[in-house]
Design a protein around this ligand. Structure first.
Ligand SMILES: Nc1ncnc2c1ncn2[C@@H]1O[C@H](COP(=O)(O)OP(=O)(O)O)[C@@H](O)[C@H]1O
Ligand SMILES: [Mg+2]
Length: 172
């Protein structure tokens, strides 16, 4: 079984994956550096070869659960998808601390507030394969526990949809 761990940058994918590494095989898509096509300067991000990445991920043996971490993981052939969510205000703080520029912060905060990754996942996978964990008031350890629960098949509560759309109204 392959499990995608996705979410807007700053939601905590890498921090949570680091904890999960103690118990599970974790593959970080950030490590596939040779699949980078080019650097998109205005967006300060790398554009990757998704098709090649898919082929690489398909090669990974998955008799045991394997966690595929990265914000493209929902584009891979996976069995379930876990989307990490974060309240836009808290996400802004996390990305500021990370030293991101104003434009990159706003792009990501807006994407989170518009539920973009969840919507993308729901368009690609049946509803019951898509889980969401709110990391706003969870530590990375608590988030990792929630991921484990989902992998064990006990994660029904994480089918509840999270939406920050109404937060956008407060911006105007
Ligand atoms: N659950 C959390 N609560 C508070 N801060 C967090 C949490 N998860 C991650 N962070 C912090 O947010 C920043 C981004 O986390 P990271 O794991 O790199 O996110 P991602 O891989 O999704 O971009 C880091 O500075 C990290 O310490
Ligand atoms: Mg990361």
């Amino acid at each position: 079984m392959k499990i995608a761990l996705t979410g807007t940058p700053g939601t905590g994918k890498t921090s949570v994956a680091k904890i999960l590494k103690e118990k599970y095989r974790v593959v970080s898509l950030n490590d596939f550096k040779d699949l980078r096509l080019y650097y998109d300067e205005p967006r300060d991000t790398y554009v990757v070869d998704i098709e090649k990445m898919k082929k690489e991920v398909d090669k990974i043996e998955d008799k045991e659960p394997v966690i595929i971490e990265g914000h493209y993981s929902q584009d891979m052939n996976v069995d379930l998808v876990i989307v990490l969510r974060c309240h836009p205000d808290e996400l802004k703080n996390r990305l500021k601390k990370r030293g991101y520029g104003e434009m990159k912060i706003m792009e990501n905060v807006e994407a989170e507030a518009m539920d973009i990754i969840t919507e993308e996942c729901l368009s690609k996978f049946p509803d019951e394969k898509v889980y969401e964990i709110d990391t706003t008031s969870r530590t990375p350890e608590e988030t990792a526990d929630a991921v484990e629960k989902i992998i064990r098949g006990e994660g029904k509560e994480f089918h509840k949809r999270i939406s920050y759309l109404e937060e956008i109204l407060k911006w105007y």
